[in-house]
Design a binder for this molecule. Structure first.
Ligand SMILES: NC(=O)c1ccc[n+]([C@@H]2O[C@H](COP(=O)([O-])OP(=O)(O)OC[C@H]3O[C@@H](n4cnc5c(N)ncnc54)[C@H](O)[C@@H]3O)[C@@H](O)[C@H]2O)c1
Length: 242
């Protein structure tokens, strides 16, 4: 489980632990003080292949062959192609593409010995372009494509799915509202565009991960499940046009 120190990743860690799963997670920084004591932590950058190997080896040392991998670690930047620097590319592609690839490559040989379930955290941004998020959008489309390839190449022993969250209330979302001219109105407008009547929470994503890695989901593989409160179900046509 990558990037479990905060946000959506922390909710996934907490849910898996509550369900009785032994969890190892990682992040580029030190172990967060408030991480549950039973969760193992490795300080590592998933974009570096040797670090990904270290994470998987640490998991094998602690629990034996891993049966679940959740690729959650990711970075978003708000830039067009022209504004994107080589450093931005390395950061975003490093975490969102190379990181997911490195972790899958490191874990698959051990899952193939028994069985396994991989869940990649993609995004609705990988299906439809959010403005000024060029390489983030593209990086999440990569995650969706890799998810299907792994399911096809490594089934039936390994199932691989992606969850594509929409607007989830982590620090990322609140920071965005704070930048608006009228943050209260910006949030109300955002909520009004969700048929579910609210923004998503990290627990919404954790609930879906818990299902996908469970025995209840053995027929689910190669899919990218959108979880966005209906945000992207709406036609872009304005109400009242017809
Ligand atoms: N918040 C949203 O609205 C939203 C929507 C769609 C998809 N997502 C995706 O969900 C995932 C989690 O997002 P979040 O909102 O919780 O973000 P966040 O920034 O709160 O958490 C991301 C975590 O990933 C870790 N991380 C980043 N790069 C890493 C690397 N190279 N190596 C190891 N760890 C690394 C960070 O340290 C952090 O703990 C990301 O993949 C993000 O793209 C989020």
């Amino acid at each position: 489980m990558t990037g479990g120190g905060r946000g959506i990743g922390r909710a996934i860690v907490d849910r898996l632990v509550a369900d009785g799963t032994r969890v190892l997670t990682c992040g580029r920084g030190k172990r967060p003080d408030d991480l549950a004591a039973e969760v193992a932590w490795v300080q590592a950058d998933v974009g570096i292949s040797a670090d990904a190997e270290t994470i998987v080896k640490a998991a094998r040392d602690v629990f034996g062959a891993p049966t679940i991998l959740v690729n959650n670690a990711g970075i978003q930047i708000t830039k067009t192609v022209v504004e994107t620097t080589n450093e931005d590319w390395d950061l975003v592609v490093g975490a969102n593409c190379r990181g997911v690839f490195n972790m899958c490559r490191a874990v698959l040989p051990f899952m193939a010995e028994h069985s396994g379930s991989i869940v990649n955290i993609g995004s609705t941004s990988g299906n439809a372009a959010d403005p000024r998020m060029a390489i983030y959008n593209a990086s999440k489309a990569f995650v969706h494509g890799l998810t299907r390839s792994i399911a096809v190449d490594h089934g039936p022993k390994v199932r691989c799915n992606a969850i594509c969250p929409g607007w989830i209330t982590t620090g990322m979302a609140s920071d965005g509202f704070d930048l608006a001219r009228d943050p209260v109105r910006a949030k109300a407008d955002a909520i009004a565009r969700h048929p579910a009547g609210r923004l998503g929470t990290p627990a919404d994503i954790a609930n879906a991960v818990a299902w996908l890695v469970s025995d209840q989901a053995t027929f689910a593989t190669g899919q990218c499940f959108v979880l966005d409160g209906g945000l992207t179900a709406a036609s872009p046509l304005q109400p009242g046009l017809f």
